[in-house]
Design a protein around this ligand. Sequence first.
Ligand code: AMP
Length: 333
Amino acid sequence: MMRIVLLGAPGSGKGTQAQRLMAKYGVPQVSSGDLLRDAVARGTELGKQAKSVMDAGQLVSDEIVLGLIRERLSRADAANGFILDGFPRNIDQANALNALLKEIGQPLDAVLLLDVRNQTLMQRLAGRRICQKCGTVYNIHSLPPGTTTCAKDGTELYQRPDDKEEVIGKRLAVYDQQTKPLVAHYSKLGLLRKVAGEGELEQVFERMEAAALAKPVPASKVKVTKTRAASKGKTSAAKSAKPAARSASKTSAKVKAKAKAKPAKQAAKKSAKKAAKKPAAKSKAPAAKRKTSAKVAKKSSKRAAAARRPAKKAAGKAPAKAARRVTKARKKK
Ligand code: AMP
């Protein structure tokens, strides 16, 4: 069972990676671009409507694409999962997908973002050539110079109309404006997994596989890691704020074990904990800079208390007295 969305700019390799995942895991690749191209090739009414929009590098209407996706996901081979490639492409499509998946009882497992630099995208798209017969994708930059036919069946290679240089810029701009917001959208939902999309095909595939199969860490487990970092004060704020990103390698059993070990340790350091607790929680300084030993924690606790007392009163009736206290407290530091 694999229910994933592949997110990434045109040319990031979604199609290639989807095909490899499909071959290995037996779940169908559902590519909105392929469904549209098929409609265009068959000359259907929908295909006629879509063609000019596609050739211009714009997005086809949500209604048309949704209709195609709904129909495709209702087929028997998608009952045990799917790899969505090129859909959703904007927030409205993402919301529509969410509703559709709820309806058919197939919630998403993950959204994999293929991360590729713009310069590489341009090169891949402009150089892409496809076999008219078997669909094998080549790139002129990696083919012997002058090659115009497929190595497998000798059929002439062609260039997609929207891979022409003048359209590529438009497609990348559309991605930036309409599709990129999905990164934050799925990140908030805890579904996003970023995969480095450059390098050897095989290595990218390994990373994709690992990201697709990684188990998510439930929110409760995430909190355990964060509390531990805060009380120990050793882990940086950035690290403790991103436990989900590290989730792939952490088993829930491990996290549980750490959660159990924590209270015991804390009991042994009862007095240190008492002092360390308040400043760690209230300090606005980055966690990475917080000192950890009981001594330092106690000191900073006193300082914080001293700094808090006069500040409170300064807002009240005796500003002069309060100001003197502040100075006194600062001198003590
Ligand atoms: P792709 O093969 O994913 O690069 O898609 C090729 C073209 O099909 C895009 O440039 C769009 O014009 C259209 N298309 C594919 N997927 C979508 C989608 N989800 N929403 C709107 N248009 C799409």
